[in-house]
Design a protein around this ligand. Structure first.
Ligand SMILES: NC(=O)c1ccc[n+]([C@@H]2O[C@H](COP(=O)([O-])OP(=O)(O)OC[C@H]3O[C@@H](n4cnc5c(N)ncnc54)[C@H](OP(=O)(O)O)[C@@H]3O)[C@@H](O)[C@H]2O)c1
Length: 264
């Protein structure tokens, strides 16, 4: 199979690296086209990517075309290549905010399109990716997308109307976690740790608690209650965060992301 990526930035680079590291695509070819050459050459040297001179050349050579440019570049790209794509090919888009119907208006009837929303944790193969597809895509095309995105993390099949919520909880909320790590590190510095150690402790604790929640059958609150001894120290901190509106702030932050996404 011939896979082609148009736009070789952060996300495409992470996905191509995941595909290469998985060893599952050894008998396939991965092509790429990027506006500037530097990223193309780096991926060629690191992963054997085959560079194309234009998006049209890539379309003429590949079975699977992954659109990985920014959403605002997508209209001009599709004006150039939309009509060149045939129904035997599979289009996969990872751009935020644009629905299957939007792409269908640029593609010939019956061209299979799979919409995927990965997140930047793909860089460390710990992404969560949502997948949905247009009516022309069948099991085979969805399996192709599953094959690619499972090399960088977990894949979830959801209804398209849930994409804004998925983008918030499975994507943008990563920024909240990083804010939390920073706040925790700062608290560590205030308590007397050197900043690098405070940051390492904060990050390791977030990873550890995430793994605990992931691997346990218990509800996160049940796990939390276990570390809150009666009249102990932890329960004091938990109550203070609740008093300051911790949970409500997180939920309002997520809702703000969903509201903005629905306006795009
Ligand atoms: N980053 C994330 O966390 C994330 C998560 C989910 C989905 N996404 C989606 O993934 C897509 C890519 O995001 P990104 O973060 O990887 O962006 P990025 O790092 O800016 O990569 C975009 C790449 O597209 C190239 N490009 C621009 N116009 C082009 C054109 N006409 N033809 C070919 N290549 C072109 C750019 O080339 P230059 O080198 O010339 O700039 C750049 O390398 C976006 O649609 C975004 O919504 C991103």
């Amino acid at each position: 199979m011939k896979y082609g990526f148009i736009g070789l930035g952060n996300m495409a680079g992470a996905i191509i690296s995941g595909m290469a590291a998985s060893g599952k695509f050894k008998n396939d070819n991965i092509y790429g086209y990027n506006r500037s050459e530097g990223k193309t050459n780096a991926l060629r040297d690191r992963h054997g990517l085959i560079p194309c001179k234009s998006a049209a050349e890539l379309v003429s050579k590949c079975d699977v075309i992954v659109l990985a440019v920014k959403p605002q570049v997508m209209p001009s790209l599709l004006e150039d290549i939309g009509a060149l794509i045939k129904k035997e090919q599979t289009v996969i888009t990872i751009a935020a905010g644009k629905g299957c119907e939007w792409y269908d208006s640029y593609l010939a009837e019956d061209v299979p399109l799979v919409r995927v929303m990965p997140n930047i944790n793909a860089k460390v193969k710990a992404a969560v990716s949502a997948i949905c597809a247009n009516s022309a895509a069948g099991d085979e095309e969805i399996k192709i997308a599953d094959g690619i995105f499972s090399t960088v993390g977990k894949v979830y099949h959801i209804e398209e109307n849930m994409f804004p919520a998925f983008s918030a909880i499975g994507g943008a909320s990563g920024a909240f976690v990083l804010m939390y790590i920073d706040a925790l590190s700062e608290a560590g510095v205030r308590a007397g740790f050197a900043r690098p150690l405070a940051e390492e402790l904060a990050t390791a604790t977030v990873i550890g608690s995430g793994l605990l929640a992931m691997e346990s059958d218990e509800h996160p609150v049940a796990l939390m209650n276990r570390v809150c001894s009666p009249a102990g120290t932890t329960i004091e901190g938990v109550c203070k965060l609740r008093e300051l509106g911790f949970e409500s702030a997180v939920q309002q932050g997520i809702q703000a992301i969903i509201d903005k996404d629905r306006l795009l």
